[in-house]
Design a protein around this ligand. Structure first.
Ligand code: CA
Ligand code: CA
Ligand code: CA
Length: 334
């Protein structure tokens, strides 16, 4: 069935407890997110207490849809929402997290960053918010984790060698290996067959998108603009790569608001998808490749948007005037 991209006027919310049960549900999702962000800090491994009244139906898995981080005053509510703006749900409420997140291929776990132990580290937990495990242990920043398509590995960026480089490890944290050795190399993203890792690098003097073999060999540059090209994501069928750039604003390196672009996976046919004077960021493919979720501050603060893969039919699916909604990630099809 084709995805519907109409916006429901009154979003519906469901709160999941740490045991996967539905703890509460109701309407006015924006008000509920404000309540979460204002609530006392809870570690995700502790059970979430019921809030409000409502049904207590059994939830066997997370709903299909988009996860995102709703951030306000150093607090982050990890939320999920349907691509049409309905069924807003909270996964966990945690302090000090500001990160993009990525889900294991079976959808059971989420990898993210936290500063809870004093500096940025990579953590994994169940999507119900339980079984938190720290995977990195280094005083340098460890950020931007990306799960390999078969679930066996996690690539991430770290300054542990002294410069910003791509590293990879087994998904249990063992066998941590540095893959790049040219500064800077960051924002890893996997090809859907797991054979390649793409990344952003400043090695040639400008911020460009590169692709290398998953073992770090044979890096190749895909973009050649004086603007800042960054933040890429590989399409599920392997044929295309999404990225962000300020190349058409006249700005070089930093500065200038960004737009979302798409190119063939070999770097040909670079095409702009958005056209708006405010920032358009964090674009990610839906699992079926037919839609793209992204972040924009075009209404004054950051919200999640969805559009079709050709850049048409843009729909705003969140409405949080006091929070920054960031880092959308599609939950895997289950
Ligand atoms: Ca660290
Ligand atoms: Ca823009
Ligand atoms: Ca917002």
């Amino acid at each position: 069935m084709a995805r519907q991209h109409s916006l429901r006027s009154i979003p519906h919310f469901i709160i999941y407890g740490a045991n996967g049960r539905v703890m509460a549900e109701g309407r006015n999702a924006a008000e509920q997110v404000r309540r979460w962000l204002g609530a006392e800090d809870r570690q995700p491994e502790k059970p979430v207490e019921a809030e409000g009244t409502g049904a207590a139906a059994e939830a066997t898995s997370l709903p299909a849809g988009i996860a995102f981080a709703s951030e306000q005053d150093e607090r982050m509510a990890l939320c999920t929402i349907d691509p049409d703006g309905g069924d807003l749900a909270r996964v966990a409420l945690v302090a000090g997290e500001r990160t993009r997140m990525d889900f294991s291929p079976n959808g059971g776990k989420v990898v993210f960053n936290s500063k809870r132990d004093g500096n940025w580290e990579v953590y994994v937990m169940d999507t119900a918010g339980t079984n938190l495990v720290r995977l990195t242990h280094h005083p340098a920043d460890d950020l931007s984790p990306a799960w390999s398509p078969d679930g066996s590995k996690i690539a991430w960026q770290s300054k542990r060698s002294g410069t910003l480089q791509i590293h990879a490890m087994n998904s249990d944290g063992t066998d941590q290996t540095q893959l790049t050795h040219v500064s800077w190399s960051y924002e890893p993203f996997w090809s859907p067959d797991g054979s390649k890792i793409g990344f952003t690098s400043h090695r040639d003097g400008y911020f460009e998108i590169y692709v290398m073999n998953a073992d770090g060999t044979n890096p190749a540059r895909l973009t050649h603009s004086r603007g800042r090209d960054f933040g890429a994501d590989w399409s599920p069928d392997g044929s295309k790569i999404l990225f962000m750039s300020n190349r058409d604003t006249g700005a070089t390196r930093i500065g200038g608001e960004t737009e979302i672009y798409v190119m063939n996976a070999d770097g040909t046919k670079q095409t702009r998808l958005t056209e708006h004077p405010r920032a358009d960021l964090s674009a990610v493919w839906s699992p079926d490749g037919e839609a793209i979720a992204f972040v924009s501050d075009r209404d004054g603060d950051r919200e999640i948007y969805v559009m079709t893969a050709d850049g048409a039919n843009e729909v705003n699916i969140t409405n949080s005037p006091e929070a920054q909604d960031n880092y959308p990630a599609w939950l895997p099809d289950q």
